[in-house]
Design a protein around this ligand. Structure first.
Ligand SMILES: NC(=O)c1ccc[n+]([C@@H]2O[C@H](COP(=O)([O-])OP(=O)(O)OC[C@H]3O[C@@H](n4cnc5c(N)ncnc54)[C@H](OP(=O)(O)O)[C@@H]3O)[C@@H](O)[C@H]2O)c1
Length: 254
């Protein structure tokens, strides 16, 4: 039994992930964007899930989410699932918030970041990016290139933590649209497996996964210089400095 936080679990892949983990007997902390979205997780709460609330486009609210998570107690795994496809919130929600939560939530030994096959169309360019959401700068593809790079950087810099990114395929959710061709069940299987399985492959780090198979990502994902530049840039933009050691054993320290 694991204790797992799933961000963005009011809908789509996040909700399906939380539902499956609950059914398998795990303790699940679901996350919604705003109080009115708690309605959408009512049936998960009825099955035992706890809820944290906060808009990941807003850094202060993201800090608040981390505090609520710490109050829930030790977390074994975080699935950074919340995401948006367009608009000025793409960089804050898809990249800056996962970075901030990675640094602010003590304890998890497994981190899974939702990426996309579309990361291959991203540009490995950090100049001029507005991470706060004031202006629309990076594209969705850029954001997924950055978040896969973040996952690989965390894997390299924190060897005690298993950190991976996942392409769920193009699946029928609010984001994917009703005509998406891929299998919804397969779209959330890999992140559940990486979060909770003891299978030897699921206990590896630094991978970019699709349907439980490691794939070769865009070459910049494993470019160590690009990884370090991204960490520096996110530390500067969020004011949350990178630490060379994960905070593993003090779940209620903050
Ligand atoms: N669907 C696909 O085909 C596909 C393909 C590749 C990658 N992905 C990735 O998979 C992840 C899940 O996607 P999905 O298809 O399940 O999308 P979705 O159906 O649109 O669900 C996204 C979830 O993220 C939450 N969210 C959005 N903005 C937020 C914010 N500012 N603060 C907090 N939560 C926020 C949403 O909350 P509300 O419902 O309250 O807005 C929702 O619960 C995303 O990272 C996405 O990029 C999806």
């Amino acid at each position: 039994m694991s204790r797992v936080l799933v961000t963005g679990s009011a809908d789509g892949l996040g909700k399906a992930t939380a539902q499956t983990l609950l059914r398998e007997g795990h303790q699940v902390l679901v996350h919604v964007r705003a109080p009115h979205r708690q309605e959408a997780v009512k049936e998960l709460v009825a099955q035992g899930a706890a809820v944290v609330t906060g808009d990941l486009a807003d850094l202060e609210q993201t800090r608040g989410v981390a505090k609520q998570v710490s109050a829930w107690g030790p977390v074994d795994a975080v699935i950074h699932n919340a995401g948006v496809y367009s608009g000025a919130a793409v960089l804050p929600v898809n990249v800056a918030a996962p970075y901030a939560l990675t640094l602010l939530i003590p304890g998890p030994k497994r981190l899974i970041y939702l990426s996309s096959g579309m990361h291959r169309g991203g540009q490995p360019r950090l100049d001029g990016m507005d991470w706060s959401g004031g202006r629309e700068t990076g594209t969705y593809s850029d954001s997924k290139l950055f978040v896969s790079t973040l996952a690989a950087a965390v894997a390299r810099r924190w060897p005690a933590v298993l950190s991976n990114s996942v392409d769920p395929g193009w699946v029928p959710t609010k984001m994917g649209g009703p005509n998406a061709p891929d299998d919804l069940r397969l779209g959330h299987l890999t992140q559940e497996w990486l979060a909770t399985s003891d299978a030897s492959e699921a206990c590896t780090s630094g991978g970019y996964w699709h349907h439980q198979r490691r794939m070769e990502p865009h070459p910049s994902v494993n470019d160590v210089n690009f990884q370090d530049k991204l960490l520096d840039e996110l530390a500067r933009a969020t004011g949350i400095g990178w630490r060379d050691e994960p905070q593993l054993d003090e779940p209620n320290a903050r």
